[in-house]
Design a protein. Structure first.
Lengths: 343, 859
């Protein structure tokens, strides 16, 4: 089987300890559930001289309900899904988290890990030997981005399911380092670059996610749709996360739409969201808004399914998410969208 | 040739209902499998084991310039290395394609081809050392597709084969094909493409070699064919076969992917002999994708002429052309090529048939036999083609098929002998179960039903290397303990072969499954069985076991009848007793019966063996296709299709399979459902596909996704309910009438889905897998008024050479070709050892014959 290389392993007992090791010597990486890092290290496209586990830090896991909801970074994905508070207040967020991988991996993986999950690409998520066969790629050890060979940037795509929904809901994240802590809007956590896809500093630790009180189900209507090949396991090849705030007469006051897996970061479908403002939702308005996503999303040939077809699906899935959020029948669209949340 | 089928029981022999056969008994290895007690090859541990890792080529086609181990040697725990120089002797599963090396001596042919091996004291160290081996290559131009291989004769990937990069070209015609087309009322022609896919067994291949005194070596391996591995090992290691022992561990799935002798098996043995310590190689999942031997990508063109008289439709002639992408080595490819044509004739009457096939070499992992071996691709084409014919002629697809079924006990145009034939009952069962007659063509937009059929071998009629010896052997050892030890070379790959072997013996001797001790798949201890491939085991091992058990029963009957002083004809074996049919109280326990028999005859052992009946076909190529019996299957599949996205989903599968007789109905149903699952995977998503980088930047040609995450195969979320119908029409060639079930039920799945998608949204996807973008493209074409179809545009120009002309049985033929010059040589084709000549011998002989002809010409 594939083997891990040798590295130092630190089982941190406090955030201070973790932050201190992180800002120390060598290439230090954080690990929580390890469902992303360990396979990446086995395939040698992520390296580390030291790996710091956050799983032993007291208080870093858990869900606090207090107007807003705070989910600690090392909270297991399955615990997020199982939380009645999360399911009642942020049902689309629970759907998004439940659509991540498979039950065994949700029992290992954490919310912090999913928010920071490495960007993916079929030229990158391969073994050392395979990548030697293509002389590597820009994201790891190589020069060229094989997805777009004349491109100066890496096109690896964002692979997190929780982030697009968290962005749509207007969530925030807390970052802690040796020098202090800060809370930033989650959309500011991401950059549209396949290599430097996180705006957090290397010495910062993401410690938790805040889901805002203004986005609870009684104030905000939301939906998450995910396209993937199979009913389980697969990363999204496209996701659409929508959150709508409407006046009592149904007029849209605020709208946020984010797309997953079609850029190196969760992509704001700003034009679509803006288009909805001041309008009452009906099938036509929603279809118009969805059409506008085609301009912003440019799926690349770096994951499953034919690229052009994925492009057309951006519109379909956005439309479905908006229709569901608006309380309309989302249509058939096949079986691969987010599964219903089960208790 | 002898026909060692069991001899008919005498008429007055007491008959009893079977106690085990036909019952849903628990499989004999079931408890060990579910408790984790089963020892797979990777579970074996020996003291001082060295871990070996192969260094695989990172170039798709290149000459090896140098191999540098200097950095690898510095890894702590490094023990040794091997290169192709130490394994110069080629091997391969077929005598005509001895084109593989344990390690490439001078040239690599695909990314993943093994170049060197390193051994270390730990797996970690071996992995690290392998990464540090530096290989210098000189890249060569690459070939990535059928079209490229046909258009690019030079440089050749191999220096043998029919022409350029065409490994094998086949052309044969049976009956008056041209006349058939002339007489036809309508002629239909279609082109299809079937993408390659792989077996994806849960267990990765693993091999452990243990050296012993006197230059002996034992190899434990996850292999479906220990006998063929044994032959390859003896050849490459240059050891007498008697000093090489191969033990096949239970396989965690094979599906054809563990049927070849593999590089890693030979390297493990060679390294063990070199280092004098046990050596183990367990492949990574990526390496399993490189071993491959999976489904050939096939481009097909099928042309059929039909006569129509009201609702009575008959096929009068068919021409099938296939082009196979074989990958970098021969493997079973020559057989695969023939198989893309051979079984086209056994389902429906076809008086005239022409088949032309070509297999190409490409710089990709070698293709070979996967469940259905070479037949799912043309079967897909044929059954979709028939659906189109039915629609065009305005006939229900079920009626079209029912009206043209091949006859039982008949001989096809290409000289295959059909025995029992339960396809009619299969079609009727699924048509009724699914409501096909009432619902087909009448479901709302987006819902559809599709029907398709299939047929498969119950064991290849001929062994892989020509010989006159049994294809399966079973030995029994019985003694005063009351136990029965059964020895057989068969290998359990999850299909239930151990259970069938034990059940046949236990049934005949009237004992319980727990009284049977099995010793299987060990080339030192067990008689030869050719292996778990071609759906041969139940029929061939079953018949051999039957013969061995009946011989034991005969001896026991004799001893017991003497002791009880009753005629042998009254002896009954049941419930672990041997007793008088007329007075059941009068009898012996089975143990006492064995004591009596051992006293009467001495130490007790019997043997049984099986050789299939000879096929009537005598033409070159007639060796592929014959089988003692053929299984039949029919399926109706319901799908839902979203016309907005092209996404589709199977909703329900109705599958009927003519198994002859179900020896264990639960195992049979498991195999049916497994076949359905695998077929759905192929039509829904599975594809072994490759990427070539822009040629001006790179010479790379790589597997697109050699991982189980990105190579998509269905999960149980994606699996619809399956209704299975077992059709029992006992075949006289099978043990207790049994036929195969391991492969046949896969065949109708892919075409039934394609036909159902047509019924749902009115478009054809003439290609597998059926991706949503293909459905959407076809729907767009339909909306624009173009041909509502997605699929390949045409078939490339290929020179198929001189066609072999074989008169059919209907024409009064004798099974030979009228223009087969090699036929004249055939009498001289066997070596004195009773085995087929090696390729070199045959070539020598051919040259000699040609010389003789020339001399005659000179006179």
């Amino acid at each position: 089987m594939l083997r891990l290389p040798q590295f130092n392993f630190v089982h941190a007992r406090s955030l201070d300890e973790a932050a201190s090791v992180l800002s120390g010597e060598g290439l230090v990486r954080l690990v929580a559930g390890g469902t992303d890092l360990w396979p990446n290290m086995k395939r040698r496209h992520q390296q580390a001289t030291t790996v710091v586990s956050l799983m032993g830090i007291p208080g870093l896991a858990g869900i606090d309900v207090n107007g807003e909801i705070h989910i600690g970074a090392t909270t297991l994905l399955s615990d997020v899904v199982a939380s009645a508070a999360v399911r009642e207040r942020y049902p689309a967020f629970a759907t998004a988290v439940q659509s991540i991988s498979s039950p065994p991996l949700r029992n290992m993986g954490t919310i912090g890990g999913n928010l920071c999950v490495d960007t993916r690409c079929t030229y990158y998520n391969q073994t050392e030997e395979w990548r030697r066969s293509i002389d590597y790629c820009m994201k790891a050890e190589g020069e060229i981005c094989w997805v777009a060979t004349s491109s100066p940037r890496c096109w690896a795509h964002t692979a997190t399911d929780s982030a697009p929904m968290a962005c749509a809901l207007g969530a925030k994240v807390k970052l802690v380092s040796k020098d202090g802590e800060r809370v930033i809007p989650i959309e500011d956590l991401y950059r549209d670059d396949g290599i430097d896809y996180l705006a957090k500093r290397p010495d910062e630790i993401l410690t938790g996610l805040y889901l805002p009180a203004e986005a609870t189900a009684d104030r905000c209507r939301s939906a998450f749709w995910k396209l993937r090949r199979r009913g389980s396991i697969d990363f999204a090849v496209l996701s659409a996360a929508a959150a709508l705030w409407t006046a009592p007469d149904g007029t849209v006051e605020k709208a946020r739409i984010y797309l997953g897996a079609v850029a190196s970061r969760p992509l704001a479908a700003q034009e679509s969201a803006d288009f909805l403002i001041g309008k009452k939702l009906d099938a036509e308005i929603i279809a118009e808004a969805a059409k506008l996503t085609r301009k912003v999303a440019t799926p690349m040939d770096n994951t499953d399914f034919q690229t052009q077809w994925r492009g057309t699906m951006v519109q379909r899935y956005t439309e479905a998410a908006l229709r569901e959020a608006a309380g309309m029948d989302p249509g058939r669209l096949g079986p691969k969208h987010g599964l219903p949340v089960v208790g | 040739m002898a026909e060692p089928i069991r001899k008919p029981e005498s008429e007055d022999a007491p008959q009893r209902e079977p106690n085990i056969i036909g019952k849903p008994f628990r499989r004999v290895d079931g408890r060990a499998k579910v408790t984790g007690a089963t020892k797979f090859a990777d579970d074996l541990a020996f003291p001082r084991t060295a871990y070996v890792r192969l260094v695989r080529s990172t170039q798709p086609h290149a000459l090896i310039r140098s191999i540098d181990f200097s950095e690898a040697e510095k890894v702590p725990g490094f023990l040794g290395a091997l290169t192709g120089k130490e394994t110069p002797i080629p091997f391969g599963i077929l005598p005509v394609s001895q084109d593989e090396h344990a390690l490439c001596p001078d040239k690599v042919r695909f990314v993943g081809d093994p170049v060197a091996a390193v051994a270390c004291v730990t797996e970690d160290a071996a992995y690290e050392a392998a990464l540090r081996v530096k290989v210098e290559y000189e890249p060569l131009p690459t070939i990535s597709s059928i079209e490229e291989a046909i258009a690019t004769p030079e440089p050749r990937i191999h220096d043998y084969g029919d022409h350029g990069n065409l490994h094998k070209v086949v052309s044969m015609t049976f009956g008056e094909v041209e006349k058939g087309f002339e007489d036809a009322d309508e002629i239909f022609e279609d082109t299809f493409y079937y993408e390659g896919n792989t077996h994806l067994p849960m267990e990765q291949h693993s091999a452990v070699a243990v050296p012993e005194d006197d230059d002996r070596v034992t190899l434990y391996s996850s292999s479906q064919t220990p006998h063929y591995v044994h032959r390859a090992l003896a050849k490459v290691l240059e050891l007498p076969a008697a000093r090489v022992r191969v033990v096949a561990c239970p396989n965690g799935g094979g599906f054809g992917g563990k049927s070849d002798p593999f590089n890693h098996e030979i390297v493990a043995a060679k390294m063990a002999l070199k280092l004098g310590r046990p050596c183990k190689i367990t492949l990574t999942r990526e390496e399993v994708f490189y071993c491959h031997r999976g489904r050939h990508p096939v481009l097909m063109q099928v042309r059929t002429g039909v006569k129509k008289d009201g609702t009575d439709v008959r096929i009068v002639a068919q021409r099938l052309r296939t082009a196979l992408d074989g990958g970098a080595y021969g493997s079973y490819g020559v057989a695969s090529t023939y198989y893309t044509g051979a079984l086209q004739t056994v389902t429906y009457k076809m008086p005239a048939y022409e088949f032309q096939g070509v297999r190409c070499f490409t710089n990709k992992p070698p293709c070979g036999p996967k469940r259905g071996h070479g037949t799912p691709q043309p079967r897909f084409g044929f059954e979709v083609h028939l659906d189109k014919i039915a629609v065009k002629l305005g006939i229900n697809p079920a009626d079209l098929r029912l009206g043209m079924l091949a006859e039982p006990d008949s001989i096809t145009a290409n000289w295959l002998k059909i025995g029992s034939m339960g396809l009619r009952r299969c079609i009727e069962a699924v048509v009724e179960g699914s409501g096909f007659r009432e619902r087909w063509g009448r479901l709302p937009e987006g819902r559809g039903l599709g029907l398709a059929c299939g047929s498969y071998l119950c064991g290849a009629g001929l062994p892989i290397y020509w010989n006159h010896m049994p294809q399966s052997g079973v030995m029994l050892k019985l003694d005063r303990s009351g136990g029965v030890a059964v020895f057989c070379g068969e290998s359990e790959i999850g299909q239930g072969s151990d259970s069938i072997l034990a059940a046949v013996v236990a049934e005949v001797l009237g004992v319980a499954l727990a009284d049977i001790r099995l010793c299987v798949a060990d080339t030192d201890l067990t008689p030869v069985d050719l292996g778990s491939y071609s759906s041969r085991v139940t029929l061939m091992v079953g018949n051999a076991a039957l013969q061995a058990a009946e011989r034991a029963r005969e001896m026991i009957s004799k001893a017991v009848s003497e002791q009880l002083e009753i005629p042998e004809s009254r002896i009954v074996f049941a419930e672990r007793r041997v007793f008088d049919a007329q007075d059941p109280a009068k009898g012996l326990t089975f143990q006492d019966a064995l004591i009596a028999t051992e006293a009467r005859f001495g130490t007790l052992a019997t043997a049984g063996s099986y050789i299939p009946p000879r096929s009537p076909g005598r033409y070159r190529g007639a060796g592929v296709g014959p089988s003692p019996a053929y299984s039949y299957s029919a399926a109706v599949i319901e799908v839902e299709v979203d016309p907005e996205t092209g996404l589709w989903n199977p909703v329900h599968v109705w599958m009927a399979h003519d198994v002859g007789r179900a020896l264990n109905p639960v195992l049979v149903m498991g195999q049916v459902e497994g076949g359905v699952y695998m077929g759905l995977g192929e039509v829904m998503m599975e594809e072994q596909v490759f990427r070539r980088l822009p040629k001006h930047l790179s010479s790379a040609l790589v597997h697109k996704h050699p991982s189980v995450l990105e190579y998509k195969s269905p999960t149980f979320h994606d699996m619809p309910p399956v209704t299975t119908y077992l059709i029992e029409d006992p075949d006289r060639q099978g043990p207790f009438g049994a036929k195969e079930v391991g492969q046949g039920p896969l065949l109708p799945v892919m075409p039934a889905v394609a036909n159902a998608i047509y019924d749902a949204v009115g478009v054809r996807v003439d290609q597998v897998p059926i991706h949503p973008h293909m459905v959407l493209k076809a729907l767009e074409a339909k909306r624009k008024g173009q041909e509502p179809r997605f699929g390949p545009k045409g078939f490339p120009e290929v020179d198929f050479g001189e066609e072999l002309i074989v008169p059919t049985p209907g024409q009064g033929g004798d099974g030979t070709a009228i223009n087969d010059y090699r036929e004249k040589l055939r009498s001289g084709m066997r070596s004195s050892a009773g085995t087929m000549m090696t390729r070199e011998e045959a070539l020598r002989k051919k040259k000699l014959a040609a010389l003789t002809t020339d001399l005659k010409g000179a006179k």
